[in-house]
Design a protein around this ligand. Structure first.
Ligand code: AMP
Ligand code: MG
Length: 354
């Protein structure tokens, strides 16, 4: 297929599925990944697994390719994308300079679920950065993601592969549900280990600022940079233009209202039922026996002692909640420590969008 021209609309009747679930991650990579990589290098949008969530990737240097991502997702144009690289050396081609703290963090956590905001150069499409002077860069760890980016031979701009506003996809089926017929193809390859998006850290100021909590915890960042070099983002003044513009949009939300319950779940449920509402409860396994009898639908989130498992399954569970079609969903809360900070960030956004 010819490289897409600017503004050209692509209408995929059929989205291809490349199944590489059985690949062990060792070289050589299977021909399916080569084909998918070729699609990206030709300017098409392809979904692929990463260790965080499934991404929807396109050539970060091409306006026309990047426009397909925004169109397929229905994503607002002023919400910038993360550029994914297959090898550390590739980021020299995207940035004008790499701040020391970004090098330190990349040393410690790449490849992995950490996105670094650094000054951009002209190779990056303005569409990717929504006109900002900075670019968000990540080197993923997932072997399929790495192999695909390397086969494509270009930096790959990739947000999560969901329709804008919906929970991010952690399984190929989620991508199919949201984007079938709207993108060139989906590489199906193993689950997303973390299940929540990367931590986004702004490295352009005096101190590192966590713009979005994620797979790499604040405690891990602090251990590398020192407490004094990581800003408490909660204490920052409200800026007019948010530093992570994506933060202002509706996110992760099931279609039934989601309510986070800090106090008594019994009371919250009883009150909703008095109003004649059907109720879904999302809670830890340990509360299953006690709470199940109160709910029309009970979704077990995992053991309270395994918060990383709860994180890994959270989006799948939000999609399940979505399908339950109850009038209201009540969800337990978690301590904002370690990965709990990211879990609560996503739950609070999903709840505030309801
Ligand atoms: P998503 O691609 O949906 O996982 O979201 C990417 C996140 O990174 C969003 O919150 C974006 O606003 C944020 N982001 C991407 N590029 C930049 C940038 N140059 N500066 C600040 N935040 C960014
Ligand atoms: Mg997203």
């Amino acid at each position: 297929m010819e490289r897409m021209k600017r503004g050209e609309k692509m209408n995929y009747k059929q989205t291809r599925m490349w199944d590489v679930d059985n690949w062990d991650g060792k070289e050589p990579s299977p021909p399916e990944i080569e084909e998918a990589g070729l699609c990206i290098s030709r300017g098409e949008a392809v979904a692929f697994p990463t260790e965080t969530v499934y991404g929807l990737g396109a050539d970060a240097r091409s306006d026309a390719a990047v426009e397909q991502i925004f169109a397929a997702k229905g994503r607002p144009g002023d919400n910038p994308l993360i550029v994914h690289i297959g090898e550390r050396s590739q980021w020299q081609h995207l940035t004008s300079s790499v701040p020391d703290m970004a090098e330190q963090l990349a040393d410690a956590f790449w490849p992995g679920p950490l996105t670094l905001i650094v000054p951009k150069n002209n190779a990056v499409s303005e569409k990717v950065t929504a006109g900002l002077s900075t670019v968000a860069v990540r080197m993923p760890e997932h072997p399929v993601a790495r192999a695909l980016i390397n086969k494509a031979g270009v930096p790959v701009a990739a947000p999560s592969a969901n329709r804008s506003g919906r929970p991010s996809p952690t399984k190929a089926e989620h991508v199919t549900y949201d984007l079938d017929g709207k993108i060139a193809g989906i590489v199906k390859g193993g689950g997303a280990g973390y299940g929540l998006e990367s931590t986004v850290v702004d490295c352009t100021g005096e101190k590192a600022v966590v713009l979005r909590p994620g797979g790499i915890t604040r405690e891990q960042l602090t251990r590398v940079l020192g407490e004094e070099n990581v800003a408490e983002s909660a204490g920052l003044p409200q800026e007019e233009a948010p530093k992570a513009p994506g933060m202002k949009y509706r996110h992760y939300a099931p279609s039934s209202p989601l309510v986070l319950v800090e106090g008594s779940m019994h009371e919250a449920v009883k009150e909703a039922q008095r109003e004649g509402k059907t109720v879904g409860i999302m809670a830890v396994d340990e509360h299953h026996a006690d709470l199940q009898k109160y709910a029309d639908v009970f979704i077990a989130l995992g053991s309270k002692d395994e918060l990383s498992d709860i994180a890994a399954r959270l989006y799948d569970n939000l999609r399940l909640a979505d399908q339950s079609r109850v009038d209201v969903i009540f969800c337990e809360t978690f301590p904002k420590k370690g990965i709990g900070e990211a879990v609560m960030n996503r739950l609070e956004k999903a709840a505030s969008a309801s």
